[in-house]
Design a protein around this ligand. Structure first.
Ligand code: 5AD
Ligand code: FES
Length: 351
């Protein structure tokens, strides 16, 4: 244990470790290690962000997707998925309700749906921008050409979430069909940064075929990208995918990586994700205690929530926006933190 404790101290001080030592932290089976890591990560988080937890209102506006990622429930090849799209008016209604509830960041997330041409996305973004000039608009709509990203930015989008999913090319190829590549994913992320977006990336923990070396590659890639936000959650299996018989990731491993991320990226916005709350009843609370500082309650209309099923048994699908907001607020408070309603830009100025 003493070696683990000294590794944690060293990571907290230097924000980095040699490969071999990082691997030791990634793979430790010492049950006390997670607790130590979480305590150190929480201390670091409090140095940078105090007890603040930022909320982002998530609007899942389409579950059509042209891609066929092997892990995802809304992949094009899932003929059993019931598809939906929200209209511009529905999206604006979600934002208005969110604004009333105190949200100052809206995250528009969807599959890669060709119906939403650049023109349509820009029209929606511009309308939100006009109605809510004081809010941050985040897009999470996948891989696009640089010119498209530029157009959304010019229309008023400020942030973009695109998880790299795995930074090891051979692992990427086992999770995605040959039409997709890690190289293009990375190109997208660097384009987004250059354009001026605040960028979020991230990966699934415990995805099929993932090795400790793959996780190490994820951490190294994030050091190169220096994203503002890093979203990680456990992989959770979905019956209607080619990975139906694969095991889900665990809360323990996800929490361990969350804490490692907090120590390596003290300024980062780290969400306690819905997937973490799905795999463990107190997953999001534990995520906050392990270094997380963002939660993303669902603002989508209740009528479509169950349909945005990336993985099985997703939580928060039956509650109205106000209920979900209230529920999360109570959970955050119980965990010892406080929700703040400002835009929550990254604290990079503290670097
Ligand atoms: N389990 C957990 N996370 C998933 N995602 C997609 N499918 C799954 C799954 N089965 C994640 C991906 C994607 C994000 C929107 O959701 O990391 O980037
Ligand atoms: Fe959504 Fe509890 S956080 S219902």
């Amino acid at each position: 244990m003493s070696t683990i404790a000294s590794l944690i101290d060293k990571l907290a001080q230097e924000r980095d470790l040699p490969d071999q030592e990082l691997l030791e932290l990634i793979t430790t089976t010492d049950s006390a290690a997670n607790e130590l890591l979480a305590a150190r990560a929480d201390k670091m988080r409090q140095q940078y962000y105090g007890k603040k937890v930022y909320i982002r209102g998530l609007i899942e506006f389409t579950n059509y997707c042209k891609n066929n990622c092997y892990y995802c429930g809304i992949r094009a090849g899932n003929g059993q998925a019931q598809r939906y799209r929200l209209t511009k008016e529905q999206i604006l209604d979600c934002c208005a309700e969110g604004y009333r509830l105190g949200f100052r960041t809206f995250v528009l997330q969807g599959g890669e749906d060709p119906y939403y041409t650049d023109e349509r996305i820009c029209d929606i973004v511009a309308a939100i921008r006009a109605q809510h000039p004081d809010c941050a608009i985040t897009l999470s709509i996948g891989e696009k050409e640089r010119a498209s990203y530029q157009a959304y930015f010019d229309a008023g989008a400020n942030r973009y979430l695109l998880r790299h999913e795995t930074a090891a090319p051979e692992h990427y190829a086992r999770l995605h069909p040959a039409s997709m590549s890690l190289a293009n994913r990375k190109r997208c992320l660097f384009d987004l940064k250059e354009i001026g977006y605040q960028v979020g990336s991230g990966f699934m923990v415990g995805s099929p075929y993932q090795t400790p070396a793959n996780l190490l590659a994820d951490l190294r890639f994030l050091q190169e990208l220096e994203p503002d936000m890093i979203g990680i959650g456990p992989y959770i299996t979905h019956e209607q995918t080619p990975f139906a018989d694969k095991k889900s990731g665990t809360a323990e491993q996800t929490l361990r990586l969350l804490s490692i991320l907090r120590l390596m990226f003290p300024y980062a916005l780290l969400p306690a994700t819905t997937a973490l709350g799905t795999i463990h009843p107190n997953g999001r609370e534990l995520g906050l205690k392990a270094g997380g500082n963002v939660v993303m309650p669902n603002l989508s209309p209740v009528s479509v929530r169950k349909l945005y099923e990336l993985y099985e048994n997703k939580i928060c699908t039956g509650e109205e926006a106000a209920q979900c907001r209230g529920c999360l607020e109570a959970r955050v408070r119980m965990a010892g933190y406080e929700i703040v309603t400002d835009r929550g830009d990254v604290a990079k100025s503290m670097l």
